[in-house]
Design a protein around this ligand. Sequence first.
Ligand SMILES: O=C(O)C(=O)C[C@]1(C(=O)O)C=C[C@@H](O)C=C1
Length: 373
Amino acid sequence: MSDSIQTIPDTLPLLRDRIDAIDSQIQALINERARCAQKVAEVKLHEQGEEAVVFYRPEREAQVLRRVMERNEGPLGHEEMAKIFRQIMSSCLALERPMRIAFLGPEGTFTQQAALKHFGASIISSPMAAIDEVFREVESGAAHYGVVPVENSTEGVVNHTLDSFRDTHLKICGEVEERIHHHLLVSPNIDPADVTHIYSHQQSLAQCRAWLDRYWPHAERIAVSSNAEAARLVSEAGMSAKAIAAIAGDIACELYGLVKVSANIEDRPDNTTRFLVVGKQDVEPSGCDKTSLLISAKNEPGALYHLLAAFDRNGVDMTRLETRPSLVSRWDYVFYIDFVGHHQDKACQSVIEELKARASEVRVLGSYPVAVL
Ligand SMILES: O=C(O)C(=O)C[C@]1(C(=O)O)C=C[C@@H](O)C=C1
């Protein structure tokens, strides 16, 4: 046990004095760290120039957060401690250059929640109406990075996101995993017993299907463009005392001032959505990375078998395989493959070389740190 733990006082006034003293030390240290970040920005600008400068470094952030978790001794939990540092880095990065992040909107979506989880709260967030708009916003330079959903553990892949990679030169710079908790929400002035219609995004309705069948078998389910939009409709209807409900998450509930009739109503308690961060940069290795590839296979017998064999031969762990129509000709397919490792790793380079010999196109969509939080 360290000295500081042994000398913790045991009366309220003394404990508060102690907390005040610690807070002023923490504050001074955070500002010292922030001054270092300002200096980092100067050095980057000097070395890379205004046109090419890259302030956000996902691999460095992942390393910092992993180290925080490794050295943490409690009583605060590892994730709790990492979240604090997540926000400190977010504030430091905003001092270097405020980051504009486009995400699948409107305000209050799980994608916004994922963007805040990944970048911290010190970002300028721009809600977009559709996934391809997020890509365009980043391509045009109007946003530095974009956040889009890519797969849900209950409902499978988000095809719009996968298909968007065919027409873009953007890279995957990161991934975020978010546990999705759905709640049944109404306006504060509405009696839940009067509810006749339940609004949500079709994926959210599907993720709560068994619960709805059991508890709200007679309510009509209405699919809308997002669950945040459902929450907005419910708050608007509440003004004219119309009894409708929404299924949405915490930030939509808060944003639209709704109340929870039932919390955590998703059918599967491990319901998780994975999001991707897209940008223009090639991310350096962080020591624990993943790579995503887009492969157009030649239309010949055993094509997929030969592609997969390359992973086995090089001992590279494939974590995901998705097939999508190529949109070039009928019954032609492209494969999206994720694997463990960075494209600069020797074994991963061998896999990519072997794939290139077999496939008509192999594109590295990006190597990026495995989600830390
Ligand atoms: O190390 C850097 O390159 C920094 O800019 C500093 C810092 C940090 O606060 O630790 C801030 C932003 C980057 O995304 C990574 C780390």
